[in-house]
Design a protein around this ligand. Structure first.
Ligand SMILES: NC(=O)c1ccc[n+]([C@@H]2O[C@H](COP(=O)([O-])OP(=O)(O)OC[C@H]3O[C@@H](n4cnc5c(N)ncnc54)[C@H](OP(=O)(O)O)[C@@H]3O)[C@@H](O)[C@H]2O)c1
Length: 324
């Protein structure tokens, strides 16, 4: 029986309710997918809670990345056929057993990559790709700081940073997460639950600071993140797991002629050529086994509320996969 986990209104994790769905024929340019695996993302928490505005009046199906099999084709679909293994990332709509979706957002999953790995790495891996190649082009010799290094995006970014030859400093809370971040390639890991990360970064860099800070934690780590930068350094604010930054002033950047950016993955993925290029790069890294440590705990989709609670309590390491 096709079903979705939908929220009738913004709320806590109990707001996600199992509901049967009608499978309509896909519209022109769309395909119908049966989901095999769905990735859990902090973005889903922002939507579920109402921290991000809903794109619908009510009954929002949350969920932002998934992999599955094409089961039906609408008219005008030329690049995909029934039986293709595909994956996608979209802001919402993935917490379902099936969905109709535009062919423009789909990428084919190569043989050799499991559904669970595709579903738990596409949003996070494309994010790591643009952060490290476009928000700040990381090169050998650079030293960077990456917060929440044991999380979903963080654990992929650590592995990617290793392959780029940069010195990667990660932050994570607690012994187990710090150990996981080291395992994902961060050469230096700071437990920012018990250590002052600004002091530790200064110590590690001999007082110089880092070339770039990748900050998805937000309120709790800004302005410490700015203090870790060397002159002309770049702060990439790409999330707000601890809440939005409310005390930013443009004059803060004058302390070191810094630059700051607040990028969003979906602005990149609108460009089909970019999506294909970045997905090829990600899947290539996975097939070469340069990125391999991402899929963590698995939950049945019906128990997604439990997974949300764990993510919000900071009890998740790596990526979570939901199975419909
Ligand atoms: N802008 C974009 O394009 C884009 C794309 C993807 C993801 N993101 C952002 O990147 C971040 C990581 O996403 P993810 O899905 O991979 O999540 P995640 O990193 O697996 O989970 C978030 C982590 O943030 C840390 N954190 C710090 N303060 C927290 C708090 N008060 N509450 C909860 N967590 C807190 C926790 O790690 P510790 O316990 O180790 O501190 C937690 O594990 C999120 O902020 C997300 O919104 C942005």
């Amino acid at each position: 029986m096709p079903f979705a986990m939908l929220a009738p209104r913004p709320g806590n994790a109990d707001a996600l309710i199992k509901t049967g769905i009608d499978l309509l024929a896909p519209a022109p340019g769309e395909v119908q997918i049966r989901h095999a695996a769905i990735g859990l993302n902090f973005l889903d928490v922002y939507y579920r809670s109402g921290a991000y505005p809903w794109p619908v009046e009510k009954d929002l199906i949350v969920g932002s990345e998934a992999a599955g099999v094409v089961e039906r084709l609408g008219s005008d679909v030329v690049d995909f056929t029934v039986g293709d293994r595909v994956a996608y990332t979209m802001p919402t709509g993935a917490y379902a057993s099936h969905r109709n979706i535009s062919q423009n957002v789909l990428v084919k999953v190569p043989d050799g990559i499991r559904d669970e790995d595709a579903a738990s790495s596409l949003l996070k891996g494309l994010t790591a790709y643009y952060l490290l190649h476009e928000s700040f082009k990381v090169e050998p010799g650079h030293t960077v700081l990456f917060h929440a290094a044991a999380g979903g995006v963080g654990s992929i970014a650590g592995q990617w940073l290793s392959s780029l030859g940069a010195t990667a400093i990660g932050t994570a809370r607690g012994v187990a997460k710090c150990e996981a971040a080291r395992g994902s390639g961060f050469q230096h890991v700071i437990d920012y639950g018990s250590e002052d990360f600004v002091d530790r970064v200064k110590q590690i860099t001999g007082g110089l600071g880092v070339d770039a800070v990748f900050d998805s934690v937000g309120a709790d780590t800004y302005p410490g993140s700015l203090k870790c930068l060397k002159p002309f350094g770049r702060l990439i604010c790409f999330g707000q797991s601890s809440g939005p930054i409310k005390n930013f002033a443009i004059s803060d950047l004058a302390a070191g002629s810094f630059s700051v950016t607040r990028p969003v993955l979906f602005h990149y993925t609108r460009d089909r050529a970019w999506l294909e290029k970045a997905a090829d790069a990600l899947f290539g890294m996975i097939l070469k086994e340069e990125i391999g440590r991402f899929a963590g705990e698995t939950f049945p989709l019906e128990r997604v509320g439990e997974a949300h609670r764990k993510l919000e309590r900071r009890e998740i390491t790596g990526s979570v996969v939901l199975i419909p």
